[in-house]
Each structure stands twice: as C-alpha cells, then as structure tokens.
Design a protein around this ligand. Structure first.
Ligand SMILES: C[S@@+](CC[C@H](N)C(=O)[O-])C[C@H]1O[C@@H](n2cnc3c(N)ncnc32)[C@H](O)[C@@H]1O
Length: 231
C-alpha cells in the first residue's frame, strides 16, 4: 500500500504461497493461525512487518509472502458471489473509459466487486466510484470488503438501475459509466443524463443480441464513436 504501511491487526492481507495458490486473510493478532502445506503460521508474527514480507511457519522451515490486496491480487482471491471480470477485460475497460485520477465513475452491477477495485485505484483518492447493485446482501458484502481494503472513494448503493436509472443527484456528474447488467440498453437514457460532454460509456455483455440492443439505444441517444470489442 502507499507509504509502505506496516501490517496491523484487522488488516486484509493476501497470503501468497505461489502464483496459483493464494488466499485472503484478515489478520487476527490475538488468536489467528493459518495452516497450509508449508506449516503453521501465527498471525501474531505478522504484525509490524511491511506488506511484501516473507514469513516463516512456526517450525522455521516453510514460508510464504504477505502481500497487499491490490486490485490485481484481489480479483484472484475474492469470494465469487457472481460471474466476475478478469484482468484482460478489466484492463480494456479502464483503458476505454479513459480513467485517470480525479474522475467520477458510475458502475452497475457491483457483483463481486472485481472490477470496482480497479476503478477505485484508477480514479484515486480525489476521484469517486459510485457503484449500484440490486441484490441487497451482495451490495452490503461488497461495501464491507471495500472498506476493509481501505478503498474510501467507493460508495455502494442498493438500487435497481435498470428500473430506476442512476439517482438524479448524479445527473451531469459522471466522467465515465460502466454497465455489467442483463439489460444495459434500459439504462442508456439515464447514462446519457449523467455523463458530462465528451465522456465515456462502456457496457459488457456476453451475447451479441444484448450488444446490438445497447448500440441501438446509444445511437438513439446521440452517443458518438461507438465500437464493439469481441474477446
Ligand atoms: C455479472 S455481475 C457483475 C460482476 C462484476 N462486474 C464483477 O467484476 O465482480 C452482475 C451484477 O448485476 C446485478 N444486477 C442485475 N440486474 C441489476 C439491476 N437491474 N440493477 C442493479 N444491479 C443489477 C446482479 O445482481 C449482479 O450482481
């Protein structure tokens, strides 16, 4: 994390064994233990160490690394409550949304929050990510995880975006909008009201029929420079 912060009680760390074996762990300095094929690790030994440290099991032989939950790692360790977006699509989305520090981005649905953490880092502490999810428990769990990850620029709202659109207080406020919804075309009128001039809209759909309907809605609402990327 920025500033080289040291690991504390309550922090979320990624216990990294190797590239295909890692796990999110909340540090419990009082009674936390992690057991794996490399040994038994006591959380107490982790407190005060910098993120990135190599830590040894109680027998002093086996080891692993304690990494910060960056968006890249978080996508690999988060609990899947939904289908999620992965590194290749996330990179393409952030690029095409032209995200940079200070921007305001709207997202729906939040899902498991895999994309949201990358949006958050791209817009930085002076930017904002307003993410909307109509499954109440999912919204709540995502909000808790973002808080635990220290992502203060994310706000999660429980809302049916396809039926209600984005809230009116966001009209004319968004630099970028991203949708991962079953019927994204229903949200295009609201997106058009929320985006400032020369802003970016991006929608992710698994079926070409969904893409076609969304493109038609975009044309109808005067969006320009529309392109489809198939991966
Ligand atoms: C595929 S998931 C999004 C995954 C997310 N992009 C990620 O990377 O973790 C789609 C989410 O949209 C939510 N959703 C579906 N319809 C919605 C609606 N009308 N309004 C808000 N959220 C909705 C679902 O509950 C689900 O959590």
């Amino acid at each position: 994390p920025p500033g080289g912060r040291l690991i504390q009680h309550g922090d979320l760390v990624v216990a990294y064994e190797r590239h295909d074996s890692m796990k999110a762990v909340v540090v419990d300095s009082k009674k936390g233990q992690l057991q794996n094929r490399h040994g038994t690790f006591s959380h107490r030994d982790w407190v005060g160490k910098p993120f990135g440290s190599k830590v040894f099991g109680r027998d002093g032989r086996g080891f692993m690394h304690l990494l910060a939950p960056t968006p890249e790692l978080w996508t690999q360790v988060l609990k899947h409550r939904t289908q999620i977006l992965y590194a290749g699509d996330i990179s393409l989305i952030c690029f095409n949304l032209e995200l940079c520090p200070g921007r305001t981005v709207l997202e729906s649905g939040t899902g498991s929050g895999s994309l949201t953490t990358s949006l958050s880092r791209a817009v930085g502490p002076n930017g904002a990510v307003n993410t909307f999810e109509f499954h109440e428990e999912r919204a709540q769990v995502a909000a808790e995880e973002f808080k635990r990850n220290g992502m203060k620029n994310i706000s999660v709202t429980h809302r049916n975006i396809e039926e209600n659109g984005f809230p009116e207080n966001l009209h004319g406020k968004a630099d970028a909008i991203f949708l991962d919804l079953p019927r994204p075309w229903k949200v295009v009128p609201s997106a058009a009201s929320c985006l400032i001039t020369d802003a970016c809209f991006c929608s992710f759909s698994p079926c070409i029929e969904q893409v076609q309907r969304t493109c038609e809605a975009l044309v109808e609402h005067n969006f320009k420079d529309i392109k489809t990327v198939e991966r």
